[in-house]
Design a protein around this ligand. Structure first.
Ligand code: F6R
Length: 368
């Protein structure tokens, strides 16, 4: 049941606080992060010297987000790969490589084949999956289940947020095994994750404002998304949602790349969504993005800015402002993705499309 909503996706967007809370529950006991099924020994986990995240679509974006956290916490190099590319380019894998396969369905053919390839090369494989007993977790050495609940809308929403949280737990488990974080630091990071359902709940109070904005820009020809640091993969995810639901041309860019090409796309009235970092947490990147916004606004773009509550510096450059609560930088994608999901869904609805069943797409892609 859509729970009184016009489309499932909106219901699933609103279930995100619960999805996050359920995904975190039970994974921090007696001062330690614990995974679900761990057939990798503690020693093998300690010996990991390189991490690959392999996934498709939104799950891939969850890996791009997690790279920032896992590298920061573990000091291990993390590569994030599209599963469909991974095994065709002879990746460097051995028994000290941890491959994290992220899949909501657990049945995505490319991700499954990437898992098989990794295991043939003796790498350890950890699945992050939303579906109990699916093929990918069955063929993996360890599993961490996201507990987002079944996702009916074809476009991933709550599973995506849960994947980010689960990937972060993998990062903390590695940091704990390697000793790159003290137990009290791991506990603090976990506590910060546990505060996220409430932060996401707060963002949900802006849903009607964002839907209204969606209706107002629904007849645009294209939309660009800009971000930096963890805001960059959020921009990619926002663009993917808009493509798949509203069938609009949408691109996500790293804002630092603007002058290397994308700024040529800016024209009068073009909506550009900018995911701002925190003015306190990431002051340098924040000021660079403020100057990016002023440049694109001067060239006629209609700026739609996702910014931290109380961020006054950005106001003069924001034609539309959507505020999200202040959270630690690495956790910002969990709040800033939400308005982008709502925007895509509402633009699609306003254009008369079926938000839950976009054309040409299937919920799980079991052929390559
Ligand atoms: C986007 C979307 C897809 C999936 C991708 C991977 O909204 O839903 O891009 O994220 O097909 O699917 P799973 O996670 O089931 O492997």
């Amino acid at each position: 049941e859509k729970g009184g909503h016009e489309y499932f996706m909106l219901k699933e967007i609103e279930e995100q606080p619960e999805a996050l809370a359920n995904t975190l529950r039970g994974h921090f006991e007696s001062g330690r992060i614990i995974l679900d099924e761990q057939r990798i020994s503690d020693q093998d986990l300690r010996d990991v010297d390189k991490v690959f995240v392999v996934a498709c679509g939104s799950a891939y974006h969850s890996g791009l987000v997690a790279k920032y956290a896992i590298e920061h916490w573990t000091r291990l190099p993390v590569e994030v790969e599209l599963a469909s590319e991974f095994r065709y380019r002879d990746p460097v894998l051995d028994r000290d490589t941890l491959v994290v396969a992220v899949s909501q369905s657990g049945e995505t053919a490319d991700t499954l084949e990437a898992v098989r390839h990794a295991r043939e090369q003796k790498a350890r494989v950890l699945a992050v999956c939303n579906t109990n007993g699916a093929q990918i977790p069955r063929e993996s050495d360890a599993v961490l289940y996201t507990h987002a609940g079944p996702e009916i809308g074809v476009a991933s929403t709550k599973a995506f947020l849960a994947q980010i949280a689960a990937n972060y737990l993998v990062g903390l488990a590695l940091a704990q095994a390697r000793g790159t974080k003290y137990p009290d630091e791991v506990a603090r990071e976990f506590a910060e994750l546990e505060a996220m359902p409430a932060a996401v709940q707060k963002v949900l109070s802006t849903v009607e404002q964002t839907r209204d904005l969606g209706r107002r820009i629904a007849d645009s020809r294209a939309v660009l998304f800009l971000g930096r640091h963890v805001g960059f993969p959020v921009a990619l995810e926002g663009a993917l949602k808009l493509k798949e639901l509203a069938y609009m041309h949408a691109e996500g860019f790293a804002a630092g790349e603007l002058k290397h090409g994308p700024i040529a796309l800016i024209e009068d009235g073009l909506p550009v969504v900018v995911v701002m970092p925190s003015p306190k947490g990431r002051a340098v990147l924040h000021s660079k993005l403020v100057s990016n916004i002023s440049e694109i606004q001067a060239r006629g773009a209609r700026t739609i800015v996702i910014a931290e509550e109380g961020d006054e510096t950005v106001r003069p450059f924001a034609d539309e402002l959507i505020e999200v609560p202040a959270v630690p930088t690495l956790l910002q994608p969990l709040v800033s993705t939400v308005p982008l999901q709502v925007l895509a869904a509402e633009i699609a609805r306003a254009r008369g499309y079926d938000v839950d069943k976009p054309r040409n797409l299937a919920k799980s892609v079991t052929v390559e």
